[in-house]
Design a protein around this ligand. Structure first.
Ligand code: GLA
Length: 372
């Protein structure tokens, strides 16, 4: 949906960031994920321009990205231009579309390095803008896959599909259950107006391209090679137990997280559908313990935020809490009863400031809609 068209000579597109409720580090391990889009978005406004240049200006970057459309191949750009040009060249390759010259301005209110998928939102927003400009519409899932491919080949992050799928497919008042094997998905209602998601950005900037993410992915692949199984759907906890020695302690724990997290994600869907908030909370805390101890991608600051929420407990209106996204910094999600959210937020901020000397930035989210 756009409120511009080639006829009116302006085009507009936007795509949201996301948080993941549960199903962490399992999208590249044949699992199920349960993200929701947040209200913060990357927005693009574009108009036609003379010549064969695509120019992207961002209010957050000193230098524009200038792409010579007569040479659809990698060109020197500022750093964030990797994502932009990746999408432009892949879109041309996949659709065969001819792009006219245009000038786009970009605005984003998704904090960067906060684990909220600002780069996936940028990719999906650019792809959606190109659909609007050219009239070539991709199937939603194909658009997500194109953007994931860009993340792999242009940004060097071997990510799963969750972030791009969430930014493309999510709907308001729903969380997205995505099967990362079949790519089937379903919208799970998250409609109770009395429950909100409090996001706390630890201010510890995560960096997925530095190798730790790729290492986790490799360890998980090594487990399958040792067990001689094609994917995690064929592996049981009993298989892991029997192979414990062959796997060694680290690989064993990585795989245990994958299996236990898959169970939690499917249980979370049931619990949400029953509005069983007590179980939702237990699953969030258990998910955090597993990603912290077995997958080891949390950090002191995220653990402290989750512990503080846990200590406030249900009497103070907290349902549950865990870190969200790739980890090594970034944000936590805490489900909170709406009438308690101001109190919980200031308790988290105060405790965190006392411990680390600066405030986390907190904001309240409800499930928002995908790219448009
Ligand atoms: C990052 C990746 C996703 C996913 C999460 C962890 O956000 O981009 O594909 O693996 O980490 O769940």
């Amino acid at each position: 949906m756009s409120d511009g068209s080639p006829d009116t000579n302006t085009w507009r597109a936007s795509a949201p960031g996301r948080v993941n409720l549960i199903g962490e580090h399992v999208d590249y391990n044949h699992g199920w994920v349960l993200p929701m889009a947040i209200g913060q978005r990357v927005s693009l406004d574009a108009r036609p321009a003379e010549g064969c240049w695509a120019i992207f200006e961002s209010d957050g970057a000193p230098e524009p990205v200038r792409l010579d459309l007569s040479h659809p191949e990698p060109q020197a750009t500022p750093d964030w231009g990797r994502y932009v040009q990746g999408v432009v060249w892949e879109f041309i390759r996949v659709t065969g579309a001819t792009l006219p010259g245009f000038h786009a301005t970009l605005h984003s209110d998704i904090p960067q390095g906060a684990g909220l998928s600002s780069s996936a939102a940028l990719e999906v927003a650019v792809a959606t803008l190109l659909e609007t400009i050219t009239g070539h519409t991709l199937k939603a899932l194909d658009k997500a896959l194109l953007c994931q491919h860009v993340e792999h080949t242009y940004a060097g992050v071997p990510c799963g599909l969750m972030d791009q799928a969430a930014s493309t497919l999510c709907e308001a008042d729903h969380v997205l259950l995505l099967d990362c094997v079949t790519h089937e998905y379903r919208q799970v209602p998250f409609e109770d107006p009395n429950v909100v998601v409090l996001i706390a950005n630890s201010g510890v900037s995560h960096q997925l391209a530095d190798g730790a993410y790729a290492r986790r992915r490799q360890e998980c692949e090594e487990v399958l090679a040792i067990l001689d199984k094609p994917h995690y759907r064929d592996v049981s906890m009993a298989d892991l137990g029997k192979a414990h020695e062959r796997l060694g302690p680290v690989r064993y724990r990585r795989a245990r997280h994958v299996l236990s997290e898959n169970g939690r994600t499917l249980s979370m869907v049931n619990a949400l559908e029953q509005a069983d908030w007590m179980t939702v909370g237990e699953l969030l805390y258990a998910g955090h313990a597993s990603i912290r101890d077995d997958f080891e991608v949390s950090c002191t600051e995220l653990d402290y935020l989750v512990e503080t929420a846990h200590d406030l407990g249900s009497e103070q209106g907290v349902i549950g809490s865990r870190m969200t996204g790739g980890g090594f910094g970034g944000s936590t999600v805490t489900l909170v009863h709406k009438n308690a959210v101001a109190r919980v937020q200031s308790a988290l901020e105060n405790a965190y400031r006392d411990r680390f000397g600066f405030s986390p930035s907190c904001f309240v989210a409800r499930p928002s809609h995908g790219a448009c």
